[in-house]
Design a protein around this ligand. Sequence first.
Ligand SMILES: [Zn+2]
Length: 385
Amino acid sequence: MNDEFYMDLALRAAWRYQALTLPNPAVGCVLLDRGGRILGIGVHKKAGFLHAEANAVFAALCDLDVNFAQDFAREYARKFGVKFQNLEALKSALLQPSFTYDFILNRHGGLLHGACAYVTLEPCAHRGKTPSCAELLAQLGLSRVVIGARDTNAQAAGGAEILRRGGIEVKFDICSAGATELAEPFYLAREGGFCFIKINAALNGAVHGRIGSEKQRAFVHELRGVCDYVGVGGQTVRADRPTLDVRAAKFDEISASAGRADMSALDACAVPQNLKPRAPDVWIYSRRALSDFDASIPLFGVEGRKVEVSQSLPAGAKITMIEAGASSFDEFAQFASHALIFYSAQMRDGENFRSNSVLRLLFISRAGDPHLEANEFYGWFKILK
Ligand SMILES: [Zn+2]
């Protein structure tokens, strides 16, 4: 196995959380021991929670030292009132970051000394409430860090320098094209704005009627929760009378792993208030005026929401998901750089979505993706023209 093989693993793990991490980048990390055995795979899942490197380190330490995992679970339950059903639930939960970092630093026991990390983006150098990932890896005594893309974010860059000062061999630009593609939505959101089209289709391209499971719906609502605008065509608004809120969004695995009785404690302690998903503002793409729409359509009744009707992206929109209908893909493609297409493994005898756009496949989900049922998959595409 070469460097590219492990970097590709890290890239594919990270793509499963593409856009969900915004305004942070999607990042993946694979940790190997000296003998080349995989110790842990970690991804960044949500802004405000652990970075990929820390998640990989945490997963590795849980597997290497049963006392580490048990003691962590016990202390976490005491502090936050959250219990985990099993080791897998613990390893995949959204954990409170500063508590987890401190626990790792106090209890790693030198187990990762000499390990090697593959990280899709240069480990961050920014020290906030928790140490930077570069400092974390240096303190754990890793021997080598392989990096996909350099971090051009002024606040976070400089990680490689910290690693080198810590005596770690740093190798850059492994799968750099793929790593740059993975990070592109983050840079777009930060610089001018990231806008993507989402569409749900049956295998034959039909978009008629409701397609997609409850799990897929929760995924879409989580995506809405990171967007400042959801875009929708005027015709769709009139025909479907949508709500476009985030009611089905969950805190991912943590809601499954923590018992119902524990959720109130979780809300109070582990999840900062400002991370609760908020329904995005709505941009209705239409020539008409706002007053031409029936005000009893549910999307207008969502509290604290702004609705704009215009033929161009709202000024200042940083993250926009356009929920396209059967005939609007190409029209919306003038605003969007990427497309997220959900497929359900069924055929429908109905209208297909119509488009002449040229796309490039960036990532396709596999069976077992945590966000979908087994008969569903999705692809992230770059819109070329
Ligand atoms: Zn970091």
